[in-house]
Design a protein around this ligand. Sequence first.
Ligand code: FPP
Length: 252
Amino acid sequence: MLLSDKNNQKSEKKLPQHIAIIMDGNGRWAKKRALPRKAGHKAGAKALEGIIEGANEMGIRHLTVYAFSTENWKRSEDEVSAIMDLLRQYLKTYFTRFQKDNVRMHVIGDISRLDQDIQEQIIEIEKLSADKDGMTVHIALNYGGRDELRRGITVLAKRVEEGKLRAEEITEEMISNVLDTAGVPDPELMIRTSGEERISNFLLWQLAYSEFYFSEKLWPDFTKEDLEDAILQYCGRERRFGGRLTESNEVK
Ligand code: FPP
């Protein structure tokens, strides 16, 4: 967000309210260590724990992470099942650990294709954390931007079919409101790790005006300090003057 002071003499960006992350590079991290891919995902899930903690400490309001895409089903059965097991374990870990910090947990994506027990766990965790008013962590599971738009468009098309809405009255706001992120401000900053520079079907509608930050680090190596660097770059590195983020959410 660009801010000008009264005299219009300087402008600076405030902390992003919403950061989206494509957590890429788990497989390569494991390969470098001659470990199975699932060890990379496990290290990735641990790294996410640190990033949730860091983002919350820095005062970020929404963090959306791409944990499993609609395309990820094409991976080997063994790898998919390892990621699902990590989900079972870590959804609980994140929820338990960050409850005291007032963190709300929310899942985006079409969860109907996930195993029944995971669906139940998601519903439970979302319900139990619904009253938290700190940061919200949105975990994208069986998520694809095109699929999300397709599901949203179906909702609007039904309203037209039922005569409740005229097609030409559809606004951008109505579209935003039928997406999984309804009510959540669009991300100001999107981070992708591992040196890849693609959107890969992530938040296609919501990233329309976002700043992109690409890190060479593999996701399991991405730390709170890396997150802070990404935010500082977003805010404008020339304003850093060797400083770090302050408690008042300003760049010093
Ligand atoms: C990309 O790395 C990562 C994924 C497809 C899955 C992300 C999963 C996690 C961070 C762990 C599980 C998450 C939770 C919430 C428990 P890649 O496998 O595409 O890496 P590569 O490009 O190096 O092969």
